[in-house]
Design a protein around this ligand. Structure first.
Ligand SMILES: Cc1ncc(COP(=O)(O)O)c(C=O)c1O
Length: 379
């Protein structure tokens, strides 16, 4: 099969159903499978926590679009993240995490896994020396988000992979914000890619899910063992919705990027906006690295508003077409106040976000309507 991105997204793992020729992989709503005599499994299917054909189709498609040996689909992004930690780490091990990681990722380290003895240190991932200084003899993972949520920081995946490997650690990249259409971390040296497929991969704000894609077969097998042993798998309906979303990821991402670029232009020219955070801007600290490792710069835009926290909250409250809500990556535009919403769990920590920050997930609506709404919301 040809291997262009869109071709893989639409066809990998999705051969027409052998029984009926159905073009779309069916939703196998079954927990178990008839065995042809004890141990006589048909195509290896035994019990749906271990494997389900709808989930297999999604997992194969995800592996193909990220260029990995195996994909694994989970009930949520955080379930996927936790599975990495419990596969790779044990008590007293250490992980370097981004100093502006997604709040839920930070909470997983700070409030859940630390109680089980897993140590972590936040570091500014844009500064390789600072990351190197945070590494200890016990470091098992350097954990990367790029772009980061919500400050749109950029980390150099290839340079961090080299650093991680020189210290005997793995490089894990949360590729949720970029999506595999814009950035393929495994090709840059990462060992595991993690996704909240809830976001751009699913793309329609109708399903929560997560995924892991690994570069090396041995590690993929260990992750798969833990996926089954821990059990936080994607159900067949969720896998089917996510796979449907993945098919159109390429065309959606291009429109997300087009619209985000127009939104950035509007914000840059607006007198009440004090700073625009978007890796596509030449003045963004990570612009050169982003241009090297990303196809385009994505649909997420953050900005700071004159007048502090209340002014930022007011902008969020006045928006109409931009729906006030958490999450991101769907076809509809969303607006939120990270300090009080998605990143409230980082309040008082080194990962606290600025109070005057507004985050936009720029959707694929008619761009002029989006610009009109933002103009009125900014007042
Ligand atoms: C960058 C990033 N990683 C991981 C997650 C967690 O994914 P989920 O909400 O699917 O558990 C999120 C959720 O917002 C996210 O934005």
């Amino acid at each position: 099969m040809s291997n262009g991105f869109e071709t893989l997204a639409i066809h990998a793992g999705q051969e027409p159903d052998p029984l009926t020729g159905a073009v779309v992989p069916p939703i196998y709503a079954t927990s178990t499978y008839k065995q042809d005599g004890v141990g006589g499994l048909r195509s290896g299917y035994e019990y749906s926590r271990s494997a389900n054909p709808t989930r297999t189709a999604l997992e194969e498609a995800l592996a193909a679009v990220e260029g990995g040996v195996r994909g694994l689909a989970f009930a949520s992004g955080l379930a996927a993240e936790d599975t990495i930690l419990r596969t790779v780490c044990k008590p007293n091990d250490h992980v370097v995490i981004p100093n502006d990681a997604y709040g839920g990722t930070y909470r997983l380290f700070a409030k859940v896994n630390e109680r089980w003895g897993l140590r972590y240190d936040p570091a500014p991932l844009g500064d390789i020396d600072a990351v190197a200084a945070a590494v200890t003899q016990k470091t098992k993972i350097i954990w990367v988000e790029t772009p980061t949520n919500p400050l749109l920081g950029i980390a150099d995946i290839a340079a961090l992979a080299e650093l991680a490997h020189s210290c005997g650690a793995l490089l894990v990249v949360d590729n949720t914000f970029a999506s595999p259409y814009l950035q393929q971390p495994l090709a840059l040296g990462a060992d595991i890619v993690v996704h909240s497929t809830t976001k751009y991969v699913g793309g329609h704000s109708d399903v929560v899910g997560g995924a892991l894609i690994a570069r090396d077969q041995g590690l993929a097998d260990e992750l798969a063992y833990h996926q089954n042993a821990m059990g936080a798998v994607a159900g067949p309906f969720d896998a089917w919705l996510t796979l449907r979303g993945l098919k159109t990821l390429g065309v959606r991402m291009d429109r997300h990027c087009d619209n985000a670029e127009r939104v950035v232009d509007l914000l840059l020219a607006h007198p009440r906006v004090t700073e625009v955070l978007y890796p596509g801007l030449p003045e963004h600290a990570g612009h050169e690295v982003a241009a090297k490792q990303m196809k385009r710069f994505g649909g997420m835009v953050s900005f700071r508003v004159e007048g502090g926290e209340q002014a930022a909250v007011d902008v969020c409250n006045r928006a109409k077409l931009f729906t006030l809500g958490e999450s991101l990556g769907g076809v509809e535009s969303l607006i939120e106040h990270p300090g009080r919403m998605t990143h409230a769990s980082a309040a008082g920590s080194p990962l606290e976000v600025p109070a005057d920050l507004v985050r936009l997930s720029v959707g694929i609506e008619t761009v002029d309507d989006l610009l009109e709404d933002l103009t009125q919301a900014l007042g």
